[in-house]
Design a protein around this ligand. Structure first.
Ligand code: NDP
Length: 373
């Protein structure tokens, strides 16, 4: 019943949040009032042009473009083509060029583009050499997230004649975060999303629809509520956000560098402490990996989730501390997701490394927050 509930309820709730952001000034109270007294769920679906062929054409064209980039842009990782950063840059540059082109002809790009943003068993399925999860998670989900942030900033500019400081900060932090993701994308291929999770509803629908619509709520909210935050808050949120992004990347980098150097490196000025953990493949072959117990990986086992969350808080807090909930929903969702993920990843590592993982847990006893959790 839990699965059935999420299957039916989550897509509907995303539509409600979109409707509240666009038609109810971001107010959930107004949404509840409209749903109760003015037509129910039909009201929300009536506001979406589901029969518009341009919507489907835009989605199919975008998918075809991303598949072409996956195939044609060179990459050097044998199992997964490490071309995410180049595909991401080409997509954003194409968006920029398309916007300039349409603008020069007096057309309004945001009238043609955002509507696509509304629609939306195996661990490593491939079709014609195309890895389905790399496509859904990275080339579609996260790339559309970046495009949506850019489209919403552009829409704000078209509506109000300027991009307010808060919109600029949230757009800059989200785009830098996504640029960092694609720069580091090869590291993502080793995470539970790719290694463990199967290509079912959670991953595919989540990345195709939930990420583009839910993760972008802050920017969507700000299109209609462009309240300035002032220079002091702008500087503070941007500064703290950039510092969080740097620490998050640094932490991911330490792990990758330790693996690349087979543990023979200095971290924070000292020789890295590592555990040489043996594990068995499905065919019984034995392999060895490096578990880093220095730097951020000695503070807690998932310390990098803290800067991930503080960065998210910075790009959400541009919406102020009024009584609106919508801009903080992604932060709340991510907090639960990362808390839950720390258990899932621990289980995956315990199953894989057994006593070596227990040894690491003895050295680094806390999952995320030192002395607390
Ligand atoms: P992690 O970076 O936590 O990596 C987990 C994997 O790294 C483990 O499964 C294990 O894989 C290996 N590992 C674990 N501990 C060590 C260690 N001490 N030394 C070396 N290797 C270790 O994966 P996540 O996917 O959780 O996070 C990756 C990034 O994505 C982070 O920056 C995170 O903040 C971000 N993120 C963002 C989300 C979002 O929705 N915005 C959601 C989730 C993550 P192996 O089998 O290779 O040993």
């Amino acid at each position: 019943s839990y699965r059935c509930c999420s299957f039916c309820w989550v897509p509907q709730s995303v539509m409600y949040l979109w409707y509240a952001s666009v038609h109810c000034q971001g107010s959930l109270t107004e949404l509840a009032d409209r749903l109760t007294n003015r037509g129910g769920p039909a009201l929300v679906w009536a506001a979406v042009s589901v029969a518009n062929p341009a919507v489907y054409a835009a989605i199919l064209a975008f998918c075809a473009f991303q598949v072409l980039l996956m195939l044609l842009v060179p990459g050097h990782v044998p199992e997964y083509k490490d071309n995410g950063f180049a595909c991401y840059l080409i997509t954003m540059a194409t968006f920029l060029a398309g916007t300039v082109y349409l603008k020069q002809r007096g057309l309004t790009p945001t009238r043609q583009l955002p509507v696509r943003l509304l629609l939306g068993h195996r661990a490593l399925p491939r079709i014609c050499g195309i890895d389905i999860k790399v496509f859904t998670n990275c080339r579609f989900g996260l790339t559309v997230w970046a495009l949506a942030v850019a489209v919403f900033a552009l829409k704000s500019y078209e509506l109000h004649g300027r991009v307010v400081d808060g919109m600029a900060v949230t757009a800059a932090l989200q785009l830098l975060y996504l640029t960092k993701f694609f720069w580091w994308e090869a590291g993502y291929y080793r995470t539970i999303d790719i290694i463990t999770d199967r290509a079912g509803f959670y991953i595919c629908w989540g990345c195709l629809c939930f990420v583009p619509s839910f993760y972008t709520l802050v920017s969507l909210f700000m299109v209609r509520q462009p309240e300035p935050v002032g220079p002091a808050w702008t500087a503070a949120l941007l500064g703290f956000g950039l510092a969080s992004l740097a620490v998050n990347y640094w932490s991911d980098w330490q792990k990758q560098a330790a693996r690349a150097a087979d543990g023979q490196l200095n971290i924070w000025g000292r020789p890295a402490r590592v555990i040489r953990a043996k594990y068995s493949l499905e065919n019984g072959q034995e392999r060895q990996s490096v578990l880093l117990a220095s730097g951020f990986w000695a503070v807690s086992r998932h310390f990098h989730y803290i800067p991930e969350l503080s960065l998210t808080l910075c790009w959400s807090a541009v919406c102020g501390t009024g009584c609106h909930i919508i801009p903080y929903m992604y932060f709340a969702f991510l907090s639960v997701l990362l808390f839950h993920r720390s258990f899932r990843d621990d289980k995956k590592c315990r199953d894989k490394y057994g006593k070596y993982w227990s040894e690491y847990c003895k050295l680094v006893p806390y999952k995320i927050v030192p002395f607390l959790f």
